[in-house]
Design a binder for this molecule. Structure first.
Ligand code: SF4
Ligand code: SF4
Length: 476
């Protein structure tokens, strides 16, 4: 009796675009055309009963001859889509090697001149009580980066807060130091920051422009939406000021595209209208959305139905993205753009993001945190920039996340794109950053399926889009 054939459902996902059948191969994040023969074999195996090759041949008689069937089975077996006698390769989870640290986030001031109602920052203070980082801590952070990971060609310094521009004096000192230090070491350095825009003026904008800062502005949409939560310490909406400053910024900023970062909280699901305002009316080059689902302040978390509505709205905007991509235009919808980039590059993410691996965040005292969201949190730090990174503790944390044994992620079809989700969401939801984020897996899977279909459609009808807009991240 021949060996029993079975489908390894968690290694592939079928997509139909118009009449074209495609297989998304999960271990390699690659898309394959599924011809009629392989589609017929998969459909037949899906009926179950673990047939032998001979039995399967009988079931498919008249459609495939013996050698065609054998060829299809060999191909599918090499992709681990079909197994014989349950002999599919056992998933081996990677372990973390040397940390390729390239990015340090500096929390230059815990103070902020806004008082956004949903802010997650545990160390947030009003400007008068804000605690600023000193130059010695910033310098020690840069030295730690070079010491820990000396062989990189380029490094990134990200300024965060509170509101980072409330400590522009330190930013200028750090830029002066870093430009000299990295040049002397024969390396490149990039700067970026996320700002609420309120403190921007011509002088600051021109300064940031001359040092090619990557800028993301926190703004939640049109006035009625933005002013619900993004308020001053005195309780006034900040939209008018922010929109005016954004106008000034976009009229003068030349060195890099400027992005908007939108926080979606309870009661806010109209993704397309927000994108329209920020992209078409204010003129941002990119708009990215961060749905809040696991914040400490339950009043601001999107409810289950709202989360469904948010993903439906993201798909609606995604369909517009695809229509425009087919006309060779990019509409700067960052969430889909990033997903298409991951698919295009065949990303196999073992970890959800670079936090704790290629990036760490430093708090005002020099404590090392996984990312900017953890500074000031109760999660213990991973060493200090003065005494050194606690590499064993970081590796232990990352290895716990890398090991998917006994987690839903082990067989999830989007495991190499989602990789268990954001550590900070896990920390807020489960008090354990290594725990996968399980509360909207179905929506995430549906969103990734949508991305695969979008990718397949664009690659069929306008493949040049990827060369011009994805590889180079060019934004119209
Ligand atoms: S968190 Fe959920 S969606 Fe993400 S990989 Fe794990 S099981 Fe899949
Ligand atoms: S842990 Fe979450 S918030 Fe931090 S960098 Fe990763 S995805 Fe972003």
């Amino acid at each position: 009796m021949g060996s029993a054939l079975e489908l390894n459902e968690h290694n592939f996902h079928e997509v139909t675009v118009d009449a074209r059948r495609l297989l998304f191969h999960i271990p390699s994040s690659s898309l394959f055309e599924a011809d009629a023969n392989s589609s017929a074999v998969i459909a037949e195996l899906r009926r179950g009963a673990s047939p032998s090759e001979a039995e399967l041949g009988q079931r498919l008689a008249g459609r495939l001859d013996g050698s065609q069937l054998n060829g299809v089975l060999c191909d599918l077996q090499s992709l681990d889509i079909v197994t014989r006698d349950n002999s599919g390769s056992v998933a081996v989870f990677p372990t973390v090697g040397a940390l390729p640290l390239t990015t340090v986030v500096l929390n230059v001031n815990t103070g902020c001149n806004l008082s956004c109602t949903y802010c997650y920052k545990e160390d947030l203070a009003v400007p008068s009580a804000g605690e600023k980082m000193g130059l010695d801590t910033a310098v020690a952070s840069i030295e730690m980066l070079l010491r820990q990971s000396p062989d990189q060609a380029a490094y990134n310094i990200v300024f965060f807060g509170g509101e980072p521009l409330s400590n522009i004096a330190l930013i200028r000192q750090v830029v002066d130091f870093a430009e000299q230090r990295f040049k002397a070491a024969g390396k490149r350095v990039n700067f970026s920051l996320t700002t609420n825009a309120t403190l921007l003026n011509e002088k600051t904008i021109d300064y940031l422009d001359s040092h090619r800062f990557g800028i993301a502005v926190s703004i939640d949409g049109p006035k009625a939406i933005h002013d619900r939560n993004r308020i001053t310490i005195g309780g006034q909406g900040s939209y008018e000021t922010v929109a005016r400053k954004v106008g000034l910024l976009l009229s003068r900023y030349r060195s890099r595209p400027v992005g908007a970062r939108v926080t979606l909280t309870r009661g806010v699901t109209d993704v397309k209208a927000i994108w329209h305002h920020l992209y078409n009316e204010l003129g941002f080059a990119e708009v990215g959305f961060a749905p809040v689902t696991a914040g400490d302040l339950d009043d601001f978390n999107l409810g289950d139905e709202e989360l469904v509505a948010v993903f439906a709205a993201m798909k609606e905007l995604g369909r517009h993205y695809v229509e425009e991509a087919l006309q060779h235009r990019s509409i700067g919808f960052s969430n889909l753009h990033q997903l298409l980039t991951d698919i295009h590059e065949g990303s196999k993410k073992a970890l959800p993001c670079g936090a704790g691996y290629s990036m760490v965040a430093v708090d005002k005292d020099g404590g090392v945190n996984l990312c900017h969201r953890f500074t000031g949190s109760e999660l213990p730090t991973f060493g200090t920039v003065q005494a050194g990174l606690d590499v064993p503790a970081l590796e232990d944390f990352l290895n716990r996340r890398l090991d998917r044994t006994d987690t839903g992620c082990a067989t999830c079809r989007i495991r190499n794109l989602c990789s268990g989700g954001c550590y900070h969401e896990s920390y807020q939801r489960y008090n354990d950053p290594a725990h996968p984020v399980y509360h909207y897996c179905d929506l995430m899977r549906d969103w990734v399926d949508f991305g695969i279909e979008a990718y397949a459609r664009i690659s069929r009808d306008n493949p040049r889009f990827f060369a011009d807009y994805i590889s180079t991240r060019r934004v119209s």
